[in-house]
Write a protein that binds this ligand. Structure first.
Ligand code: C2E
Ligand code: SIN
Ligand code: SIN
Ligand code: FE
Length: 346
């Protein structure tokens, strides 16, 4: 398919020459002003733009800025047409994102070959970018499936917890959405990719993989010693996620979030939690959110060591522990969306 070249110049002779030189190979569209170009570009998106610098009303610099500020147009290569060589003008042009200069009067071979070269480069960049995008999507899917498999393995070993991981992910989403609407820690949350954040929450109990079956699935109350071993699942989780990060070899937001969930979901607001005994806002936000969701789910579920509470009883237990175990601001939001928690799994 023929590529489209826009030529924008207030000098009609230049437009005619450019058209004559290029029309054999490209679909050439000429226009006498930048405003005419912006009108046309709504309908036709060119593969490359040749833009005169000195024009009445809107000059080339202004037009270039507008192109670069428009996400839909910013990738189109723009070449400046200029009557003379002026390194200040050239520096400013390159700084604003022009890819080349062609001097007037036109030399036909230069005009033809510059455009050919830039169109070829642009095509390679577009192909690579699209390939990269495909790979990224593929990798994202792979990551999600791996996390699901790991989460599933933890879940299936931890016999009592049923669909704990799936449920907590749903609860977390409800709570975080409600927090953002009510502007509770919304600034901190707004900089995060929420899908990724909620997905990473599924790894919060990954450290339970290192806990012996006899403790994890003990039908009754744990002894003090067993409970101490059980409590190591937070730190074990951090270690496992560190190992993953080591293999990936770079700082991955997903794993950073997963580590914060794993490492801080059993901290308590009063500082009597584990593994670090952090208190109040020293506890990462991840842990303060996860604590509410995790305990709610544990309370309404049957465990090898306990019968389920009703959602109402669970809410009451959590409300009673506000300020001791949980961040009061988060529990306030939780209390406002408790019906959504209840409705999510009936
Ligand atoms: P989990 O069963 O998912 O429980 C998560 C958290 O929910 C617990 O953290 C605790 O804060 C809260 N929770 C669970 N059940 C109750 C309850 O009946 N009443 C109240 N008020 N809170 C409750 P915790 O205590 O740090 O426990 C971490 C994990 O250790 C538990 O995860 C569970 O896997 C295991 N675990 C704790 N206690 C026992 C036990 O007595 N027997 C057995 N077999 N496992 C236990
Ligand atoms: C336990 O009693 O050790 C587990 C439940 C709880 O922390 O209240
Ligand atoms: C960490 O920062 O190493 C984990 C989260 C925490 O402070 O508990
Ligand atoms: Fe846990």
């Amino acid at each position: 398919m023929q590529k489209t070249v826009f030529v924008v110049d207030d000098n009609e002779i230049n437009l005619t020459i450019a058209n004559e030189v290029l029309k054999g190979q490209y679909k050439v569209m000429t226009m006498p002003s930048a405003s005419k170009m912006f009108a046309l570009i709504e309908k036709v998106v060119p593969n490359i733009i040749l833009l005169d610098i000195e024009m009445p009303e809107m000059d080339g610099f202004e037009a270039l800025k507008r192109i670069k500020n428009n996400a839909a147009l910013a990738d189109i290569p723009v070449i400046f047409l200029t009557a003379m060589t002026d390194s200040d003008v050239e520096a400013r042009g390159f700084q604003l994102g022009v890819i080349d200069f062609i001097t007037k009067p036109f030399s036909p071979p230069v005009l033809i070959n510059r455009i050919k070269t830039h169109l070829e480069i642009d095509e390679v960049i577009r192909e690579r970018t699209s390939l990269l995008h495909q790979k990224t999507v593929q990798l994202q899917k792979l990551q999600n499936s791996m996390v699901s498999v790991i989460a599933d393995m933890i879940e299936n070993r931890d016999e009592g917890t049923g669909n704990h991981i799936e449920r907590t992910t749903t609860y977390i989403r409800i709570l975080i959405d409600a927090m953002i609407i009510r502007k509770v820690y919304a600034e901190e949350l707004s900089v995060m990719d929420l899908d990724l954040l909620c997905s990473s929450a599924r790894l919060h109990d990954v450290g339970k993989i290192a806990i012996p079956d006899a403790i994890l699935n003990k039908p009754g109350k744990l002894t003090t010693e067993e409970y101490e071993i059980m409590k190591t699942h937070s730190i074990q989780g951090e270690r496992i996620i560190d190992q993953m990060a080591l293999h990936v070899g770079s700082n991955v937001e997903f794993l950073t979030n997963a580590k914060l969930f794993a490492g801080s979901h059993h901290e308590r607001w009063d500082g009597k939690g584990y593994p670090r005994g952090l208190d109040r806002l020293n506890i990462p936000l991840h842990g303060r959110i996860m604590a509410v969701v995790d305990v709610y789910d544990a309370l309404v579920s049957k465990r090898p060591y306990k019968d389920p509470f009703s959602p109402e009883e669970a809410v009451n237990i959590i409300m009673d522990s506000t300020g001791e175990m949980f961040d009061p601001l988060i529990v306030e939001v939780f209390n406002e969306v408790k019906e959504q928690f209840k409705a999510a799994f009936i």
